[in-house]
Design a binder for this molecule. Sequence first.
Ligand code: PLP
Length: 283
Amino acid sequence: MPTVAAIEATGATPVLSDVDPATRTLDPSRLGEVLGENTRAIVPVHLYGQCADMTPILEIARRHDLKVVEDAAQAHGAAFRGRRAGALADAAAFSFYPTKNLGALGDAGAIVTDRPEVAEQARLLRSYGERERYVSVRPGWNSRLDTLHAAILTAKLSHLEAWTERRREIAARYLAALSDTRLGLPVEAEGRRHVYHLFVVTVADRDAFREALGRDGVQTLVHYPRPIHVHPAYEHLAARRPPGGVRAAVRPGRQPAALPGARGARDPGCDRRDAARSPDVGA
Ligand SMILES: Cc1ncc(COP(=O)(O)O)c(C=O)c1O
């Protein structure tokens, strides 16, 4: 939702493309279906904490003279072939919403780029297009990061790597403990460092699965209950899906649910796996 909202806020027209069912990130092999003469940029979302498959995406962008903007809102510290999310394309956006891997105490975010002209425009947009106080050289808005949040983020930044390692440890425990169940488990693609913003499994009967875990004191969450093009505000996107459909985004019979994976979790759900394996769950 926010990715599309941001694109529309620029006046551009978002067009949906399908994801790879294993990683849930943009499937480069499906991109050709939606590129057109009006296409200006590709926005891969590094979903759940794993980078999209950037090499072919950047290659397609180069061939068609397109910009690439990473949505790195869920991917602080993630990497693709040794390079960090945020340093993979023309520009990237990070969210510091409190629940993100690096979170402020309220809404916050940052744009990252190595293009001076993009940095200059971002700085102008941030504060009413002012290059100097009370001189607006272009229209903008107020999107300044509060000093308090900046201070909190600066202090938390030095812990990010340790927190990320903790997330990866919890994920490794889940993967080992749940490998012989019928749950669909997250895949860390070769050459990518997953930072497990969310640990999302897929399951056949999600309600029964969530209820069974809930009875055992393990909370699960659903991100996101419905695809964007069925929301009343975004029904217009239904017509802008790839001709081959969004096959991987909407998979009949398998529904995603996130297991608890916060860095502070002392007793992650993988230690209660009997609930996840019970016969009435039909995972
Ligand atoms: C993938 C993705 N993109 C964009 C955003 C938007 O970030 P924010 O809530 O800071 O505007 C979020 C977080 O909500 C997100 O998860």
